[in-house]
Design a protein around this ligand. Structure first.
Ligand code: WT7
Length: 670
C-alpha cells in the first residue's frame, strides 16, 4: 500500500514527530475510524523507515539524552562489536538506575503518583505506594545495607516472595551500586548455594516465609539450609530478614538481621551512587544446554534505557495506565517488566503475590476489574491453564479496561491467542507476542500495538533497534527474503544486551557470539513467512521450555545421576498441552534395582530438591538401554518422539542397538 506522501508529510509536520520519537498512544478501546486509527495506519506505513532509523546509534543517543537523567553526559554512544565481544553503550556517561526510576519522577512533581500496587495473596488485599513512599523506603533499605557493610560492586543475593520489598531491595542495590542477583523463590537450597558460591555473594535478603495460594513457604529455612553448605557458607556474612507474617523462624545471632527493625531507624534519604553506564546493574542466572547456570550480567545505562523504551513501545504505555505483569521478580520478566521498565517510565506497576488459581480461576480477572488494569502481561501456559475452565469465569468480570495483552515465554498457540484476544480482551485489546530472553534484557521481537497487525503465534519481527536475521544453521549464510527458515540471530548490538557471563567471558563468547561470527545467536530456530513475519520454532539446543521456565537438560540429568540408584540418564522435552513442553527423563538404574512407582516418585523428588519444584519431571521412563549412535552419542530426537507418543522414529539404522527402541516405547506407556 502507498500512502500519499503529502498527507504523510502533513501529519509529521502537525504532530512534530521525527522519525525516532516514541509513538504517542496508538491503541484504544473505541472503534476504528477516528484520529487514533488514522495515526496507527500512518505509523504502520512509516514503520519501515522508523525501524531503519532505530538501527542507527543516533536513535539511542537521542533517547538516552531525552529519557534518562545523567550525572555526566556520555560522549561515545556505542563501541565494541560482536566479533570482539566488548560491546559498550554510553560508556563514559554516568547515571544511577534507581535515581532514574524514582527520584527523577519525585523531582518532576510525580511524588504522589502511585508507583506500586501490591495485590497480596488474599484477593482484594491491596496496598498502594506512591513514588515518594517508594523512594523513602528504598533509601532506608539502601542505608541499612550500607550500615551493615554492603559496598558498591558487592553481589547481593535476593531470595524473596512477591511483595514490594523484593522490588525495593533490587532498587536499593542499584542505588548504592551493589549488584543484585535475584534467585527465584521456587529454587531449592542447592540451587541457592550454587548461585551464592558462583557469585561469591556475601549478603542475602530473604523473608521469614512467603505466602502463595494461602500456603506458607519456608524461605528462611531454605536459605539457612543453603548457607549450611560449605560452598555458600564460606562467603555469606549477613542475612537480611524481612517479616512477611508473624511466623517464628530460626535466627542466627551475628549473621541474621531483622530488616524491618533496622531499616525503620534509617534516614529516608540516601544519595544515589554515581555509576558508570557500563557498571553492572545485576546478574541473573539462567540455564543453558550444558554445564552450570550462567550468571548473565546486565549493565546500568544500556539495560535501563532498553527496559524503559521497550516497556513504553511494546505495550503502548500511557501516563495514566494501570500496568500489571504477573510474572515473578525472580525471572528476567520481573526484572525488566515489573521493576525497571515501568518505574523508569514513571508508570504504575503491580506486584502480584498470589497464583492465577487462588482462591479460584477468576483471580486475574477479578484483579483486572478491581484495579482497572489497562496493560496485562502473562505467559501462554497461564492462559492455557485458565482456558480449560471455560469462559464463564472471565465473563463474570468487567474487563473493559484492558487495552494491551502481552504474552511471553513461548509462542502463543492460536487457540490460546483467540481466547486471550476475544474472551479476555473482548476482541478489542491487542495481543502483543513478545519474544526475548534473559540475555537480551528486553523484548527483541514483537508486533507493536497499533502499528503491526498481529498473527496468532508469530512474534512478527525485530522491534526498535533490533535487526533479526535467519541463518542456515550449517553454513551460517543468511537466508534473505521471505519463506525461509533457520536459526534466529540478531545482527547488530543493542543497548539492552547482556555484556558477559559473570566470571566466564569465554563462555559468553562461545555460547552467543562465536557460533555465527558477527551475530548474536539466540539459541532458537525460526521461520520467516511469506509476509515477512517471524515464527519462533523453539530452542535448537538442549534447553526445555516448560511453563515458560527455562530448564537445562544437563542440570536435570546431573540431578538424576547424583542419585545413588541411577547409572545413566537422558532428559528431553516433549509436547505438553498446558506447559508447552513437559520434562521426560529416561533413566537407567543401577544393576539389580527395579523401576517401581516408588522409585519414580523418589527420582522426581531428587530433581525437585536439586533444582526446584518447577523442574519436577513429568515422566520417568525406565531405560535399560538408551538409543546410541555407534560413536556413543544419545539420539535425543528419538527420545523426544517416544515421549511425545509418536510411533514413527525415522531412520534408526545408525543406532548401535536399535532393539532398545521398542522397549522404551513400551516403558513410556506404562
Ligand atoms: C527463551 C528465553 C523472555 C522472558 C521469559 C523467558 C523462549 C520467550 C518467546 C516468544 C517464542 C519465546 C525462547 C527463548 N521464548 N518468549 N514470545 N515466542 N519463544 O526467558 O528463560 O531467558 O527463555 O524462551 O526459546 O530463547 P528465558
Amino acid at each position: 500500500m502507498h500512502f500519499p506522501q503529502a498527507l504523510l508529510h502533513l501529519f509529521l509536520t502537525l504532530t512534530g514527530s521525527r522519525a525516532f520519537t516514541v509513538p504517542a498512544r496508538v491503541t484504544q478501546n473505541a472503534p476504528a475510524c477516528n484520529a487514533a486509527a488514522i495515526r496507527s495506519a500512518l505509523k504502520a506505513i512509516t514503520w519501515d523507515s522508523d525501524h531503519a532509523e532505530s538501527l542507527k546509534p543516533e536513535y539511542w543517543a537521542d533517547l538516552a539524552q531525552t529519557n534518562l537523567d545523567w550525572f555526566k553526559d556520555f560522549s561515545v554512544t556505542t563501541s565494541g562489536s560482536f566479533e570482539t565481544g566488548d560491546v559498550k553503550w554510553f560508556e563514559d556517561g554516568q547515571l544511577n538506575a534507581c535515581y532514574n526510576a524514582l527520584d527523577r519522577h519525585v523531582l518532576n512533581g510525580k511524588g504522589d503518583k502511585v508507583a506500586i500496587i501490591y495485590e497480596a495473596d488474599e484477593a482484594g488485599d491491596v496496598t498502594k505506594y506512591t513514588y515518594s513512599q517508594t523512594l523513602a523506603r528504598v533509601s532506608q533499605i539502601a542505608n541499612m545495607m550500607k550500615s551493615e557493610g554492603v559496598k558498591k560492586g558487592d553481589v547481593v543475593t535476593v531470595y524473596m516472595p512477591m511483595t514490594p520489598d523484593v522490588i525495593l531491595t533490587m532498587l536499593a542495590c542499584a542505588r548504592i551500586g551493589a549488584v543484585h542477583s535475584v534467585v527465584f523463590a521456587g529454587f531449592s537450597e542447592d540451587a541457592i548455594a550454587d548461585r551464592i558460591a558462583a557469585a561469591e555473594s556475601k549478603f542475602v535478603f530473604t523473608t521469614n516465609v512467603g505466602l502463595r495460594g494461602g500456603r506458607s513457604i519456608p524461605l528462611k529455612k531454605t536459605v539457612d539450609n543453603a548457607i549450611e553448605k560449605d560452598r555458600a557458607k564460606k562467603f555469606v556474612e549477613k542475612v537480611f530478614l524481612f517479616k512477611r507474617t508473624e511466623e517464628e523462624v530460626n535466627f542466627v545471632e551475628g549473621r541474621d538481621i531483622w530488616a524491618d527493625d533496622l531499616l525503620a531507624k534509617q534516614s529516608t534519604t540516601c544519595e544515589a551512587e554515581v555509576m558508570n553506564a557500563e557498571d553492572p546493574l545485576f546478574i541473573l542466572y539462567t540455564s543453558g544446554s550444558t554445564g552450570s547456570p550462567k550468571g548473565i550480567l546486565h549493565t546500568t545505562g544500556g539495560f535501563s534505557l532498553y527496559a524503559m523504551h521497550t516497556t513504553k513501545t511494546s505495550f503502548d504505555l500511557q501516563e495514566d495506565d494501570i500496568y500489571a505483569c504477573v510474572a515473578d521478580a525472580g525471572w528476567i520478566t520481573g526484572h525488566t517488566y515489573i521493576c525497571y521498565g515501568p518505574l523508569l517510565n514513571g508508570a504504575t506497576t503491580t506486584v502480584f503475590e498470589s497464583t492465577p488459581l487462588y482462591p479460584d480461576e477468576g483471580r486475574y480477572w477479578d484483579m483486572v476489574e478491581r484495579l482497572k488494569i489497562n496493560v496485562f502481561y502473562t505467559a501462554p501456559t497461564a492462559i492455557r491453564s485458565l482456558m480449560r475452565f471455560g469462559d464463564e469465569s472471565p465473563k463474570k468480570y468487567d474487563l473493559s479496561s484492558l487495552r494491551v495483552l502481552g504474552s511471553v515465554g513461548e509462542p502463543i498457540n492460536p487457540a490460546a491467542w483467540d481466547w486471550y484476544h476475544n474472551v479476555i480482551g473482548g476482541g478489542r485489546a491487542t495481543v502483543v507476542d513478545t519474544y526475548w530472553q534473559t540475555e537480551t534484557g528486553g523484548h527483541v521481537a514483537c508486533n507493536l500495538p497499533g502499528i503491526h497487525d498481529p498473527k496468532a503465534g508469530s512474534c512478527r519481527g525485530g522491534t526498535y533497534g533490533i535487526d533479526i536475521g535467519i541463518l542456515d544453521p550449517q553454513t551460517g549464510q543468511e537466508k534473505v527474503g521471505n519463506d525461509v527458515d533457520g536459526v534466529l540471530v540478531i545482527k547488530k548490538p543493542w543497548p539492552g544486551m547482556a555484556r558477559t557471563v559473570l566470571g566466564d567471558h569465554e563462555r559468553f563468547m562461545t555460547t552467543y557470539l562465536q557460533p555465527y561470527p558477527g551475530n548474536y545467536f539466540a539459541g532458537d530456530g525460526a521461520r520467516r513467512d511469506e509476509d515477512g513475519y517471524i515464527w519462533v520454532t523453539g530452542r535448537v539446543d538442549d534447553v526445555i521450555n516448560s511453563s515458560g521456565h527455562r530448564i537445562g537438560t544437563a542440570e536435570v540429568e546431573s540431578a538424576l545421576v547424583a542419585d545413588s540408584s541411577v547409572a545413566q540418564a537422558a532428559v528431553v522435552g516433549f509436547p505438553h498441552d498446558i506447559k508447552g513442553e513437559g520434562i521426560a527423563c529416561y533413566v537407567t538404574l543401577n544393576n539389580g534395582l527395579e523401576m517401581t512407582d516408588d522409585m519414580k516418585k523418589s527420582l522426581k523428588m531428587a530433581v525437585r530438591s536439586s533444582i526446584g519444584p518447577f523442574a519436577t519431571p513429568d515422566l520417568i521412563i525406565n531405560a535399560p538401554a538408551l538409543p546410541m549412535t555407534r560413536s556413543g552419542k544419545i539420539m535425543r530426537r528419538i527420545l523426544r518422539k517416544i515421549a511425545g507418543g509418536e510411533n514413527e522414529f525415522g531412520d534408526t539404522s545408525t543406532l548401535a542397538d536399535p532393539s532398545c527402541v521398542p522397549v522404551l516405547v513400551e516403558n513410556a506407556r506404562s
